[in-house]
Ligand binder design. Sequence first.
Ligand SMILES: Nc1ncnc2c1ncn2[C@@H]1O[C@H](COP(=O)(O)OP(=O)(O)OP(=O)(O)O)[C@@H](O)[C@H]1O
Ligand SMILES: [Mg+2]
Length: 464
Amino acid sequence: MFTDFRSITDSLPCGLVITDKHLNIQYVNSFAREKIFALRVADNPGNMRDHLFYTTDMRVFDMDDCMRSMVEQKKRNFHKTLITRRGETERLVYFSVKGFSKMNQDFYLFNITDISDEMDCITHSPGTFGKGEYLLRRKIIGHDTRIEEIYRMISLAADADVNVLIQGESGTGKELVADAIHELSDRKNNPFVKVNCAALSETLLESELFGHVKGSFTGAYKDKTGKFEQANGGTIFLDEIGEISQSIQVKLLRVLQDKTIEKVGDNKSVKVDMRIVAATNKDLRELIRKNIFREDLFYRLNVFNIVMPPLRERHLDIPMLIEFFLEKFNRSTSKNIKGVSRDAMKTLMEYPWPGNIRELQNAVEHAFVLVRGNLIEVEDLPEEIRNGMFAGSLKDVDNQQNNDLSATVYYAEIFRKNKSGRLKINKEQLKGVLEMNDWNQSKTADYLGISRVALWKKMKKLGL
Ligand SMILES: Nc1ncnc2c1ncn2[C@@H]1O[C@H](COP(=O)(O)OP(=O)(O)OP(=O)(O)O)[C@@H](O)[C@H]1O
Ligand SMILES: [Mg+2]
C-alpha cells in the first residue's frame, strides 16, 4: 500500500516508519531499516514497540502513553528516546508521530532522527558503561540485576542530557541517583542545585525556584536569584515533584518548553540552560488520572525514566549494604564492628524494609550505639525489626530455601556472585558455606568460585 513513494523516502537522511494502529510496522524506509533498526533485508521489521523501547524490564518510556499524548490528543511534541539496536548498540533518536487514515484504516507515521552522533552517546554492548562505572559501584551499592540496570541507565542518562524522572519508594536512593547523573554528566563542573518541592508553601516555592524582585510580595525585601538561575549550566534536582501545585506546574511547563524564567514580580524573561532531574515517591499516573498532576508536564519530565526497586525486592543485596554501612560507621565512630551475628542477619533479611535503604542504614546506626562486643546481635536492632512485625513477607525466598540456614545461604549467595573479586570471608561465614555444601570441599570451592587449593588455604588460615 505504501510502496509507491519508496524511491523518494529511501533517499531521505532520516527514518520514516508507518505502522498500523497496533504499531505493527507496515512500511520502513531504508534509513530506518539499515541505520536505525539495523535490520537485514530478510528481517521482518516487526512492531514499533520492539524498537523504541528497552526490551529489558526497566522501562525507559512507555510507548502507549506517548501515542496517547501525541496522536489522540493531537499533541506534536518531540520525544527523545533510545532505540535498541539488536542488543549491541543503542542509539538516541528524536521522533515524532502523526496519525492518518487511508482507505478507512488508521495508521501512524513516525519520523525518526538519529542524534546519537551529535550527542556522542552511542553505547556499545550491554555491560560496558565506560566512565563512571567505578564511581557508581562505590556509591550505589547492590549487585541485583536491577541495580546493574540502574547503573546503565544512569550512564545513559548522564550522556544524553535529557530530563530525567526518578520514581521509587521513600529511601530507595533516588537522590543518590540524581547526584550520580550530575556527577557523570558534562555538567559536572557546574552547579547541582537541589529543591525539595514538598518543604515550602506555594508562594515560597515559587520565589525559591524563580527568584523575585524586591517588593513583589510581603517579605520580599530584596531581589533574590532563584534556583533555576543558580543551576544555570548545571542540573536542578526537583525532589518530591508530585507535591507541586497546579499553578507552579504551569510555570514549570513553561521553563521546560521555552527554557526561560521570569522572576516573581518581574516580566523580564531570562534564558536558562539546565537539565532537570525530578523525583517522586508518588504514582504520577494516578495523580494525572485524578487531575492533580498535568499530563503534559509529566511527558516533558519523563523523557528518561528510572524506577528504583524497593529493598524488599532485592533482599540479596542486604548483606552487601550492611557491609557498606558497617564500614561507613566504623570510620565515623572509630569503632571496630566486625559484622552481624547469624541471627541478626536472618532478622535483617526477613524484615520487609518499608523505609528501604534509609531504614536499613538507620538500623545499622542504631545497632552501633547499642552493640557491646564487635558483632551486632539481634537485641542491638531497633524494636520494630526485632519484633518481626512483618511475618510472612519473605515467603518466596523462604519457600526456596526452607531451612534455618537462610542467613548463611544469603551470605553464600553474595560470595558466589562476587567471585570475580577477591573473596572476603570470615570464619563464621565460611563455616556456613561449608555446612551448606555438606563440608564437601570441591562443592564449596565451586560454589565460591575459587580453586580447591585456595579454599584449603583459606580454611587453614581461618582455623577450620
Ligand atoms: N544503593 C545504595 N547504596 C548505598 N546507600 C544507599 C543506597 N540507596 C540509598 N542509600 C542511602 O540511603 C539513604 C536514602 O537515600 P536517598 O535519600 O537517595 O533516597 P530517596 O529515594 O531520595 O528517599 P526519599 O524519597 O525519602 O527522599 C541515603 O543516606 C543514601 O545514601
Ligand atoms: Mg530524597
